[in-house]
Design a protein around this ligand. Structure first.
Ligand code: AHG
Ligand code: MN
Ligand code: MN
Length: 337
């Protein structure tokens, strides 16, 4: 009998294994390994101002973007932890152009692959603003016992087995779903454990926060411009004008909107004709979490989870959050075409 009232992440994962009667515990073990790697990354992020790990690494990543030293650290930490777990045959991360495959016997035989943004919002790291990690897990389609193949990573989001994120904020949280609701765990630094703090998270259907980088307004599609105007109009019945909040870190913006109710928008613009965010390891995992919490995610026309990436680092316009807000936005986009 337990003499304490908290539920740790690992206890919760084990309890929930019963949801999948034929499961052999591989997914459970994989999620625990992710939790451990997140604690290592968290420790480094907490010390960011104290040691020489802030700033640029001097390298450019596959997106042509500058890598921060912490991007590289987070990337390497997750890759090593996942290889050591033996539960994935390969992974794709924002920081690596090609797929990474593991060729030890345990990993070759693993049934899952993982896609991740090891450090999201890294341009915020030097100014002490929350950053995150995003991950998604799929069953491989290639044969077990062999190396992972590119096709394992180009599956529609609807085939995702699990997804989640870690937000390294004023407290550190891990939020994930295996397709049976969304649960959030807060890291208790005194015992070094993620503890269940947000069971069965639900995003309010009608939010009142909109989150967008309005600096690019002039280049937004007309439907998005009309939606922004709608957010700013006076209408006490629908709680408008809405509040504008934008951190510039998808994980943090999403997390706030998940709890309070809101919409996050990253449309296409002249500078980024396909939007900025990456379908496979930023948009789709957050879409799975949003849907599991009763929200919605769209590219303006289609459900994000219905899209099949054609390339690993493909971008997409992205809208995610409260159900009614996404529906309203989609109406504006349709009317403007
Ligand atoms: P990353 O740090 O992984 O490259 O992602 C940054 C992304 C995302 O977190 C955020 O929503 C968006 O970039 C912000 O873009 P803008 O600075 O153009 O608003
Ligand atoms: Mn990112
Ligand atoms: Mn990143």
């Amino acid at each position: 009998m337990k003499s304490y009232s908290i539920t740790t992440l690992n206890e919760f994962i084990i309890q929930r294994q019963a949801d999948f009667p034929y499961a052999k515990g591989e997914l459970s073990r994989l999620l625990s390994h992710l939790g451990t790697a997140a604690k290592i990354v968290n420790k480094k992020i907490n010390k960011a101002g104290l040691v020489d790990i802030l700033g640029e690494s001097g390298e450019i990543n596959v997106q042509g973007e500058e890598q921060k030293k912490l991007d590289v650290f987070a990337d390497q930490t997750f890759i090593s932890a996942l290889q050591a777990s033996g539960e994935v045959c390969g992974l794709v991360t924002e920081e690596n152009q090609e797929i990474i495959t593991f060729d030890d016997n345990l990993s070759l035989d693993a049934k899952y692959i993982l896609m991740m943004d090891p450090l999201d919002g890294s341009s915020n790291i030097d100014v002490n603003v929350s950053v995150g990690t995003i991950f998604s897990i799929y069953r491989r389609v290639s044969q077990r016992g062999h190396r992972a193949e590119t096709g394992d990573f180009l599956q529609p989001g609807s085939r995702m087995v699990a997804a989640g994120y870690v937000v390294y904020g004023s407290s550190t949280m891990m939020v994930y779903t295996t397709g049976k609701g969304v649960n959030g765990f807060t890291l208790d630094p005194s015992i070094g454990e993620f503890c269940l703090s947000h069971p069965n998270m639900q995003v309010p259907e009608a939010g009142n926060i909109y989150s967008i980088n309005e600096g690019h307004y002039i280049n937004f599609p007309d439907g998005v411009k009309k939606f922004i105007k709608y957010c700013q109009e006076n209408d006490p019945e629908t709680n408008r004008p809405y509040t504008s909040r934008y951190i510039g870190s998808l994980v943090s913006d999403f997390h706030r909107n998940l709890i309070k109710g809101g919409i996050f928008l990253y449309p296409q613009s002249a500078a980024s004709p396909n939007g900025k965010l990456r379908l496979a390891y930023e948009c789709a995992p957050m879409a799975f979490v949003a849907e599991q919490a009763g929200g919605r995610a769209s590219n303006g026309h289609q459900r994000i989870l219905d899209l099949t990436p054609e390339s690993l680092h493909q971008r997409t316009p992205y809208y995610v959050g409260s159900l009614q807000m996404i529906e309203r936005l989609e109406e504006f986009i349709k009317e403007s075409e």
